[in-house]
Design a protein around this ligand. Structure first.
Ligand SMILES: [Zn+2]
Length: 160
């Protein structure tokens, strides 16, 4: 993720999606209007170059996507270096932060965890680029974006 430094909006995106902030682009009010008005401004070209460089750097840092496997009662991420992250299905399901599960403004859960069965499991898994896992749950809910970084945090917390 790259964010525009207009008051910390990148922090909210980082928290919600678990994305690393690759670059912060300073936006001065005097030129931000021009940036939005035309893509040919020198400032826009410089900003585009900064984003492209940051994305390219990230591709070099973490170019892989893990293999996702449903191994009830867990979901596993298998990395090429042999590392396996194993997260309990229910723990992951309860961490869903989609708009149906979490209030967009307060970031508080809007569903009753008691409605999630103890034996919840995934019926479909897929990876999204090198940053997230998608899951269709047996209860019928779908989570399209569990960032790998967030799953790593859940695994670490479960191990404490
Ligand atoms: Zn959800």
């Amino acid at each position: 993720m790259c964010s525009l430094d207009r008051g910390g909006g990148g922090g909210a995106l980082r928290e919600r999606f678990g994305l690393e902030n690759l670059a912060v682009l300073p936006i001065r009010p005097a030129i931000s209007g021009r940036l939005e008005a035309t893509a040919t401004a020198p400032e826009a070209a410089a900003a585009t170059d900064a984003v492209v460089r940051a994305v390219g750097r990230q591709a070099l840092i973490r170019p892989e996507r893990p293999q996702a496997k449903a191994t009830p009662p867990h979901i596993e991420l298998h990395w090429s270096n042999g590392r396996v992250e194993r997260v309990p299905n229910r723990t992951l399901r309860l961490a869903c932060s989609c708009a149906l599960c979490v209030d967009e403004m307060s970031r508080k859960p809007v569903f009753d965890p008691a409605t999630v069965p103890e034996d919840i499991h995934a019926t479909e898994l897929w990876t999204i680029g090198n940053y997230a896992l998608g899951v269709v749950w047996a209860e019928g809910h779908s989570t399209n974006d569990f960032p790998f970084q967030m799953i790593e945090t859940l695994v670490a917390e479960a191990g404490k």
